[in-house]
Design a protein around this ligand. Structure first.
Ligand SMILES: Nc1ncnc2c1ncn2[C@@H]1O[C@H](COP(=O)(O)OP(=O)(O)OP(=O)(O)O)[C@@H](O)[C@H]1O
Ligand SMILES: [Mg+2]
Length: 233
């Protein structure tokens, strides 16, 4: 297994246990498995190794009371940061609100969180009749919208985004995420600029196709972006 970057041999650079949990600032949807592997390798593992090295650092001799207090305080900090990371991870992978209170409540909660973390206001309009009964569908929709909000933060240059959750006919869920920002020229399939390597929109489209749904993008430079997700209920 490769050595985590902050414990490279000879450098002895320990992680900062007070550093922010890694997930919120990263692309949320397109490579969940890759993001998970990276967090385990680059954030969680270094914290655990730092705790282990701190414990081993004193050699074989029993430390005096003062040294032990310092060591145990440090070890406790590393372990607490590791616990916080696992908590963040499990909430991000399977947000409990989606299961307990449904898609719309979870989107409102996430909107408030985006306001705090990214300074963007998120308006959420929901038709209660459109709430998916199936938990997997709810999770898929939640994660897709999370990526679209992140796109608005990264690419649109706006301070406000609107989410609309409604029914399109009797058995199709229609979710629209719209901003009035920079906009872009979608490719022929109506998704992302052809030359671009990003995989967020493509990943959502692929996941929706697997369940018979679709993603469409309405965007133009200077005229904002509206992304619609259609999901069979
Ligand atoms: N709301 C938006 N406003 C302006 N441009 C957008 C918006 N959403 C997407 N784009 C454009 O579409 C491209 C593709 O988006 P996509 O989510 O697929 O990739 P990304 O966000 O660049 O990277 P990744 O999601 O893989 O981290 C973006 O790079 C950007 O040029
Ligand atoms: Mg993206």
């Amino acid at each position: 297994m490769a050595t985590p970057p902050c414990i490279e041999a000879g450098r002895n650079r320990f992680p900062d246990p007070a550093a922010a949990p890694p997930f919120p600032a990263r692309p949320a949807e397109q490579s969940e498995r890759g993001a998970l592997a990276e967090i385990l390798h680059d954030h969680l593992q270094p914290l655990l190794i730092a705790a282990q090295l701190t414990l081993a650092g004193n050699g074989r001799e029993a430390p005096d009371a003062r040294t032990w207090r310092r060591m145990s305080g440090k070890i406790n900090q590393y372990l607490q940061a590791a616990i916080d990371t696992t908590r963040t991870l499990s909430v991000e992978l399977n947000p409990p609100l989606v299961q307990e209170r449904g898609l719309c409540a979870a989107l409102r909660w996430h909107g408030r969180r985006m306001a705090r973390t990214h300074g963007i206001r998120v308006g959420v309009t929901c038709d209660p009749a459109a709430e998916p009964a199936n938990l997997e569908i709810r999770l898929l929709c939640f994660k897709a919208v999370r990526e679209l909000l992140l796109n608005a933060v990264k690419h649109a240059g706006v301070s406000r985004v609107e989410i609309d959750v409604a029914l399109d006919g009797a058995d199709t869920l229609l979710i629209t995420v719209a901003d009035r920002g920079r906009g872009f020229v979608p490719d022929r399939a109506g998704a992302y600029p052809a030359a671009h390597g990003g995989s967020g929109l493509a990943g959502i489209r692929q996941r929706l196709r697997l369940i018979g749904g679709s993603l469409t993008v309405d965007s133009a430079p200077g005229r904002g972006t509206s992304v619609s997700l259609r999901v069979p209920l």
